[in-house]
Design a protein around this ligand. Structure first.
Ligand SMILES: [Zn+2]
Length: 309
């Protein structure tokens, strides 16, 4: 499909439902996780399971599904000896999402995930640019409907670099960033703390970061892969600095290489209540990240097409 339906819904101030986790959901279904590339190898080793995850999210009510390409960044693949597989892995992941949409007979958009996975700070941002551009080019070329820059980095200059690399892409670009609570100063900061690919923790003020990114990025900004409770605070701060469309897809649990550890203290219904509160605070796009699965997406799908307050 094209992006038209999503754009129409955004313009109409409707709520859009994203999918939930891919990697963690694959793990739940028994797919083998790679020690370095996490769920990146699943599209090749367990393609049926990847397709199944997409199909389940579509049945649960997602308007948009995301390709399993978060962990198949050229930067990570080169580091871990998958040099010659970059095209194959990324293309296969788009194809699996396309197959799932086709089978559903529904008008579902496909978001290509272009991420900062494996982008170590020590490399320097200049060295990251070819990798970001390469993944953008592959996914755009395969016909995704939009790109989500999953900039799960604690370093603002890495986020800035991936945004800059996206500027020449013709597709709609959404930006995802994450936040953490600095418990000493009781302040929401940019970044995440379960990172396997962050070699330094240069946390920057979240509000300041939003202000900064909004000057170089027009599309929606989503708060992703962050603690559910901190997400609410981050939304309020983002609203002050950004006039565009806001989204949220937090996580639940934590990462312990190479698996996501699930925490079951939040029910799908609790998740719906959180989603309602984010919506009230101005969020128009809602989904889930690691540890948030099909049941949660099903629960929040009743907010779909709701008019934005
Ligand atoms: Zn996540």
């Amino acid at each position: 499909m094209t992006y038209n339906l999503i754009k129409k819904k955004l313009d109409n101030k409707n709520t859009i439902i994203l999918d939930g986790a891919i990697g963690a959901e694959l793990e739940k279904k028994g797919a083998k996780m790679h020690n370095d590339l996490w769920c990146g190898t699943c599209s090749i080793e367990s393609p049926e399971l990847v397709k199944k995850v997409h199909e389940e999210y579509i049945s649960a009510g997602a308007d948009i599904i995301t390709t399993n390409t978060y962990a198949t960044t050229p930067i990570a693949m080169k580091q871990y000896g998958f040099n010659d597989k970059i095209n194959e892995f990324n293309k296969k992941s788009v194809q699996l999402a396309q197959d799932a949409v086709k089978n559903s007979n529904k008008d579902i958009a496909i978001a290509g995930s272009v991420s900062t996975f494996g982008s170590l700070y020590k490399f320097g941002t200049k060295a990251m640019m070819p990798g970001f551009k390469e993944q953008l080019k592959i996914l755009s070329g395969e016909g995704v409907d939009l790109i989500i820059l999953e900039a799960m980095s604690s370093q603002a200059d890495i986020v800035e670099t991936i945004i800059e690399c996206s500027l020449e892409t013709k597709l709609p670009i959404w930006l995802s960033i994450s936040c953490v609570m600095d418990n000493d100063n009781k302040k929401v900061m940019l970044g995440y703390n379960d990172s396997i690919d962050s070699d330094t923790n240069v946390y920057e003020d979240f509000e300041k970061s939003i202000n900064h990114f909004s000057k170089i990025h027009n599309g929606p900004i989503l708060i992703a892969h962050s603690d559910i409770k901190v997400t609410g605070d981050a939304i309020k701060l983002a609203k002050k600095k950004f006039n565009g469309v806001l989204g949220a897809y937090p996580n639940r649990g934590y990462y312990e290489k190479p698996n996501w550890k699930f925490i079951d203290n939040i029910s799908p219904n609790d998740y719906l209540e959180y989603a309602r509160s984010w919506k009230k605070d101005g969020v128009q796009i809602i989904g889930g990240c690691c540890g948030v699965g099909v049941e949660e997406i099903k629960a929040i799908s009743i907010l779909k097409d709701d008019k934005h307050e």
